[in-house]
Design a protein around this ligand. Sequence first.
Ligand SMILES: Cc1cc2nc3c(=O)[nH]c(=O)nc-3n(C[C@H](O)[C@H](O)[C@H](O)COP(=O)(O)OP(=O)(O)OC[C@H]3O[C@@H](n4cnc5c(N)ncnc54)[C@H](O)[C@@H]3O)c2cc1C
Length: 202
Amino acid sequence: MEYQPVECAIVVNAAGAFSGKLAEMLGIGLGPKDSLAGIPVPVEPRKRYVYVVHCPDGPGLDTPFLIDYSGVYFRREGLGGNYISGASPEEVEEPDASNLEVDHQFFENKVWPKLADRVTSAWAGFYDYNTFDQNGIIGMHPLINNMYFATGFSGHGLQHSPAVGRAVAELILDGEFKTLDLRGFSFRRILTQEPMLEQNIV
Ligand SMILES: Cc1cc2nc3c(=O)[nH]c(=O)nc-3n(C[C@H](O)[C@H](O)[C@H](O)COP(=O)(O)OP(=O)(O)OC[C@H]3O[C@@H](n4cnc5c(N)ncnc54)[C@H](O)[C@@H]3O)c2cc1C
């Protein structure tokens, strides 16, 4: 693919699973290993499968968002008797992220034993996976100070999105967080090697 330069005053890197790659286009992470410029944005695509289970006489509106201790989850999808389910693979079994093909065997081996019903369809998507601590990276890059980050949410970004949008707008317009102090999510923790690990995610 041929890229064209884009001139701008401020850029927000919210490229999801590909924000590490986008940062690399600015040289972030390509400098000497022992320098700030050598620290990459630790966000990469990780493939996750979602399986649609049809169960017309299931609990419907009474269905909670259920997450099993194993990490297998399911929740209702619409009102047509459909439910979506999935699980994250173990670190050692991470699937090839160069495509979005669905591994149906993963359902049989990992998800099915914890559930018990009929799959009607499935899809795969990329988690915006922060390999450092599986949490969002929010705010200005310490070297390129007109690039703001809003990325690396590692599979829980939908829940964060209203707050993150507002926080990044405040940073750009006011130069600081106003309503919520999200400084803990800054790139700084990667420099200082202080992970902010989130345990309760799937
Ligand atoms: C299977 C699956 C299940 C999930 N379940 C949940 C859930 O239950 N709850 C939850 O909170 N979150 C969930 N997530 C995670 C959630 O979807 C993400 O965290 C969230 O979408 C991240 O939002 P974003 O805006 O940062 O990135 P995205 O929504 O990924 O948007 C990034 C955008 O950047 C664009 N882009 C990429 N590269 C470039 C480039 N070079 N130039 C220009 N544009 C570019 C992309 O096209 C895309 O439009 C799930 C994700 C997956 C894959």
